[in-house]
Design a protein around this ligand. Structure first.
Ligand code: PTJ
Length: 261
């Protein structure tokens, strides 16, 4: 792809599209990945391609719940790895949790390919400077992030087919799951197992947005950067009595305000 100049107003959006195109060409994404991405782009456009004030509140709430968790895990699908795999690795390094590749359209070769891509990203992130506010050895923390998903030994109760497969060490045993671009049924099944499900979804009307314990209505890479910043800088945050329905209403109001500005 030709280099996009920094001054191009749609630079970030064009780069994300290219990541989806390249990920598809490599056989890492679901056939419908581009449709999902296009839907996300449309909502992001309506939100003004920014992290809104309600999303900032949801980001802080998720950071607090992840810090407070007995055992957390980050569940990633194809789109998330391609768009925000580096961000997932940074978060897992700070939280000391695993990342599990858990796919809606599961095939062994996609799981293997996505884990390999995450391994490359883990190596790259381990060579970066530690994020501001992080204490300890960044390299050791990043190298310690486990990448799960290729040997499922647990089933999510209440779901049929391959999408119910997961690992006991990851999703099966976790009490708190950060899961971007989740599908509504799986989100509902995880919540009914008593888990805290923290979803990132640009569409505040989606079933998963409505089913989740906390929904961050934001683009996945921006949301991951926001959670990381909150984990390292908002040291006194605690989980609140979160009203997710109210937060989603705020997101819809932010869309309405933005389009009538
Ligand atoms: O890799 P797999 O097999 O697990 O499949 C992944 C997709 C995303 C194809 C699959 O889960 C799917 O079909 O998802 P949906 O039902 O289309 O839902 C995707 C949701 O994510 C939609 O509500 C989009 O608005 C939202 N979305 C898309 N891109 C982003 C996003 N949310 C945040 N950041 C994005 N970049």
């Amino acid at each position: 792809m030709a280099r996009i100049p920094d001054s191009h107003p749609r630079k970030k959006s064009l780069e994300s599209r290219q990541k989806i195109v390249d990920g598809s060409a490599m056989g890492l994404l679901a056939e419908s990945a581009m449709i999902a991405h296009g839907r996300g782009e449309a909502f992001d456009y309506l939100l003004g391609e920014r992290t809104t004030s309600s999303a900032k509140g949801a980001i802080r709430e998720c950071a607090a719940r992840l810090m407070n968790a007995r055992r957390s895990v980050i569940s990633v699908n194809g789109n998330t790895v391609v768009l925000a795999g580096d961000g997932a690795i940074r978060l897992a390094a700070v939280l000391g949790c695993s990342i599990e590749v858990n796919l809606y359209y599961r095939t062994p070769s996609r799981v293997k390919g996505l884990i390999s891509l995450l391994e490359e990203k883990r190596l790259k992130v381990s060579q970066e400077d530690a994020p501001e506010g992080f204490n300890g050895s960044w390299k050791d923390s990043v190298e310690g992030v486990s990448l799960l998903g290729d040997s499922p030994d647990f089933k999510i109760e209440g779901l049929e087919g391959p999408r119910s497969n997961c690992t006991k060490e990851g999703i099966g045993g976790a009490d708190t799951i950060l899961v971007p671009l989740e599908d509504g049924d799986r989100c509902e099944a995880l919540v009914s197992l008593g888990k805290e499900v923290l979803v990132v979804d640009l569409n505040p009307l989606s079933r998963s947005a409505k089913m989740a314990t906390v929904t961050i209505v934001d683009e996945v890479s921006r949301a991951f950067d926001g959670i990381l910043h909150s984990l390292l800088n908002d040291l006194d945050i605690k989980p609140t009595d979160w009203d997710n329905g109210e937060s989603l209403k705020q997101s819809m109001k932010e869309i309405a305000d933005h389009i009538t500005e």
